[in-house]
Ligand binder design. Structure first.
Ligand code: BG6
Length: 500
């Protein structure tokens, strides 16, 4: 057996990674740097060749230059990895190729096939292939069909397909897309990406829950009052109006990222730490969520305002947004899980663009003690037990406790036990490094299974069709006031922990 160059690393077979959409934002901002850092971290130079594919008329040299520029713009991560294993220029020269598929006609896919076979022959590869579709939703189905028709899905080695979100726009389109994928690939070959699952802090939710019995024994309706999941962004839609105006917050964030967080917080312990066992439990959570009442949903759209001291335009004035658009840039929901563990516990989800700050947190609020022994204490600074998972930024967690404040009159104060990832482990890897590595090593745990994608759409499609009008909120605020009415009397404000 071949020895691994890095202790603890998983074996990576020599393969060709074919990236469709290789001149697009995702490749330039995320994939190119992530690939390079992976190669350096796990010493994969001889394991991996990359063929960029796009409609643009670029040549190999143009693609190498584009990739090098992207990698060099992420110098903070390079500094963290220390001395270069190979500098970006020589890595790009050695392993990158480019093939244009111009109009995407069948001849272009035949030419692509010849190019792939030529590269594999020149480098003595056994035919192991990853097809990474970093493409807009409308291009996914046609590209998969063209891959099938050109015979590219069969080789002497293994073949894996990576599909980016959004996976469909509603239940019907997701089912149709699954059918297309399954026409050319088996489910075990398909890796549906939700990049939140690649974040180290999100993966840690499972370890936190199932490796620490003190929390797991309190993880139920007897001890937990409510759970709040907040994914707040200060950015607007940038230059993505063409995509975003047709998607909005429910499709862009809730159906995928927030729902994944909800599943990980609420799932039962899996029978093993194996991909299928974990995904089975996540699907069961989705199946036990009570159909969402449209009255339990508040949508919003940002008006002009100030974010981080800078004046920003209203959504309706962003370039490319259709006039009078009712696309929501904010969504808040109250949901219930009809299971023995969670019956009656509200789960609140909210996300929005152009909010006060960028922050992803899960606040688990525990019940008050059954008897109020400290009624006579001054309780102005009392918050009770809340566990904040700080997923980004300032990654870590804070667990709030009540303590007695030494002072003349008895007072309760709330203090925290805190853990910060960066202090303990340094800067965390980008989610795409983790996910690409898992695709290369054939680990499907962090990818969304077909039934999981469909169950999530089943849940939200009625809400998408309910015609809820978004309320306006000022950019830089925490969203529309209407969202406060979702909260129960026991929990009267959205809970986030801001840096002190
Ligand atoms: C993407 C959404 O999936 O996630 C974007 O399409 C959003 O609209 C982004 O900004 C947020 O990701 P992160 O990792 O910055 O929280």
């Amino acid at each position: 057996m071949e020895s691994l160059p890095v202790a603890g690393a998983k074996a990576v077979d020599r393969h060709l990674l074919v990236v469709f959409g290789a001149t697009g934002d995702l490749y330039r901002q995320k994939l190119a740097p992530a690939l390079y850092h992976l190669v350096r971290q796990y010493q994969l130079t001889d394991r991996l060749l990359v063929l960029g594919v796009a409609r643009s008329h670029l040549d190999d040299d143009g693609f190498k230059a584009l990739s090098r520029g992207s990698i060099e713009s992420t110098s903070h991560r390079q500094a963290q990895l220390g001395e270069p294993y190979a500098d970006p220029a020589s890595w790009c020269d050695e392993v990158l190729y480019f093939q244009s598929i111009a109009d995407g006609e069948p001849e272009a896919f035949q030419a692509l096939r010849s190019r792939i076979e030529a590269i594999e022959a020149a480098h003595g590869l056994a035919g192991n292939r990853i097809f990474y579709l970093a493409l807009p939703p409308s291009a996914l189905g046609p590209t998969v069909n063209s891959l099938g028709a050109s015979g590219l899905t069969h080789s002497a080695g293994w073949t894996r397909l990576v599909v980016e979100k959004p996976f469909g726009v509603d239940l019907d389109s997701a089912m149709a897309l699954n059918e297309t994928l399954h026409g050319c690939f088996d489910e075990h070959q398909v890796y549906r990406i939700d990049h939140y699952l690649g974040k180290a802090t999100v993966q840690n939710l499972l370890v936190f829950r199932f490796a620490n019995p003190i929390f797991e024994s309190a993880w139920n309706r007897d001890r937990i009052d409510n759970v709040q999941i907040t994914v707040a962004e200060s950015v607007g839609i940038g230059d993505r109006a063409a995509y975003y105006d047709r998607s909005g917050a429910m499709r862009d964030m809730v159906q995928n990222h927030l729902t994944q967080l909800l599943s990980l917080v609420a799932m039962e312990p899996p029978v093993s730490f194996d991909a299928e066992a974990i995904r089975d439990e996540k699907v069961k959570v989705l199946q036990s969520i009570r159909p969402i009442n449209p009255d339990d949903v508040v949508l919003g759209q940002y008006a002009a305002g100030r974010v981080n001291g800078r004046r920003v335009a209203a959504y309706l004035d962003e370039k490319g947004v259709s006039s009078g658009s009712t696309t929501p840039t904010y969504a808040a929901l109250r949901m219930f899980i009809d299971s023995w563990r969670w019956q009656g516990v509200p789960f609140y989800l909210r996300t929005g663009k152009r909010l006060g700050s960028r922050l992803t947190q899960i606040a688990v609020t525990f019940r008050e003690p059954p008897v109020a022994l400290f009624k006579s204490f001054e309780r102005s600074r009392h918050q009770g037990n809340v566990l904040y998972f700080k997923l980004q930024p300032h990654e870590g967690f804070d667990l709030l406790f009540d303590v007695q404040k030494p002072s003349g009159s008895p007072q309760l104060d709330t203090k925290s036990l805190a853990f910060a990832y960066e202090e303990a482990f340094g800067v965390l890897p980008d989610a795409y490094e983790t996910l690409l590595y898992d695709v290369m090593t054939g680990d499907r745990t962090l990818f969304v299974r077909s039934d999981e994608a469909e169950e999530a759409w089943r849940l939200y499609t009625p809400i998408l069709e309910a015609g809820i009008t978004p309320a306006r909120y000022a950019a830089g605020s925490w969203g529309p006031r209407e969202a406060e009415r979702l909260l129960s009397p026991r929990c009267d404000e959205w809970s986030v922990r801001l840096p002190e």
